[in-house]
Design a protein around this ligand. Structure first.
Ligand code: PLP
Length: 219
C-alpha cells in the first residue's frame, strides 16, 4: 500500500518538481523503510525523541530527516545532531540557541522559518508582521542557513478555501527571497499536506509534507 500510494502521489505531482517529505510520525521503522525503498529520501518527524529512535534504527540509509514539529529549547541539542532541516524555527530566541549548539559541534544548521500566516492561536509560527525583523536577525547568525519558509495552513473541509493563504505565503516568500537570497539559499517553500497539497503546489509550494496520503490514517 505504501509503495502504491507513493507511486501515485509522485505521478500526480510530477509536473511541479517539488520535494516530498514523508511525514513518518507514529509510523514504525518498517513503514519508513518501505517509503525509502519506494523512492523517498526525505522524512519528517514532529518529535525529537521519536525521531532519535528511528534515525538510529535507519542510520545505514541515506535519509534526510526533517523536524516539522515545534521545537523546545531544551531539545535543541538533540535536534541539531539529528536533523538535516529544522522546519519549525519561529523565534529569534530559538534560532539563537540552535546557532549556539551548532557552533559547538561545528555544524551549519539548515532551517526554515515557520509562519503562522492565518494568525491561528492554536498554531506555532511567527506572525507575518514579525517576519522581516526576525529573518534579518537570524540571517546574521553564522551557524544557521535559512533555506526558506514553512507554514501549516488552517484546515478547511474544502481545500480550495486554503488557496488565498498559500498565495499570500508565496508572495511573502518571493519578497523575502530578494533580500535573504543574497546571503542564504532561501529556495524552499514548505506548504501543503495530504488534504491540500494540490492547491499548495498550484500556488508555488516547492516542498509538500505528506503523512496520511502515504501511510494511511494514524492511530
Ligand atoms: C503530521 C504533519 C504533516 C502530515 O499531515 P498529513 O495530513 O497526514 O499529510 C505535515 N506537516 C506537519 C507539520 C505535521 O505535523
Amino acid at each position: 500500500m505504501i509503495a502504491a500510494n507513493i507511486e501515485s502521489l509522485l505521478r500526480t505531482i510530477e509536473p511541479y518538481k517539488a520535494t516530498v517529505v514523508a511525514v513518518t510520525k507514529t509510523q514504525p521503522v518498517d513503514a519508513v523503510k518501505q517509503a525509502y525503498f519506494s523512492g523517498l529520501t526525505d522524512m519528517g518527524e514532529n518529535r525529537v525523541q521519536e525521531a532519535a529512535a528511528k534515525v538510529a534504527a535507519l542510520q545505514d540509509l541515506s535519509i534526510r530527516w526533517h523536524l516539522v514539529g515545534h521545537l523546545q529549547s531544551n531539545k535543541v541539542k538533540n535536534a541539531v545532531s539529528l536533523f538535516s532541516l529544522i522546519q519549525s524555527v519561529d523565534s529569534e530566541k530559538l534560532a539563537s540557541e540552535i546557532n549556539r549548539v551548532s557552533q559547538q559541534i561545528g555544524k551549519v544548521q539548515d532551517v526554515l522559518l515557520q509562519i503562522n500566516v492565518a494568525g491561528e492561536i492554536s498554531k506555532f509560527g511567527a506572525s507575518v508582521d514579525s517576519i522581516d525583523e526576525m529573518a534579518e536577525a537570524i540571517g546574521m547568525m553564522k551557524n544557521i542557513r535559512i533555506c526558506g519558509l514553512m507554514t501549516i495552513a488552517p484546515f478547511f473541509s474544502e481545500p480550495e478555501l486554503t488557496r488565498p493563504i498559500f498565495y499570500q505565503m508565496r508572495q511573502l516568500f518571493e519578497r523575502l527571497q530578494k533580500t535573504m537570497g543574497k546571503i542564504h539559499p532561501f529556495d524552499t517553500l514548505s506548504m501543503g499536506m495530504t488534504h491540500d497539497y494540490e492547491v499548495a503546489l498550484q500556488e508555488g509550494s516547492t516542498m509538500i509534507r505528506i503523512g496520511t496520503g502515504i501511510f494511511g490514517e494514524r492511530n
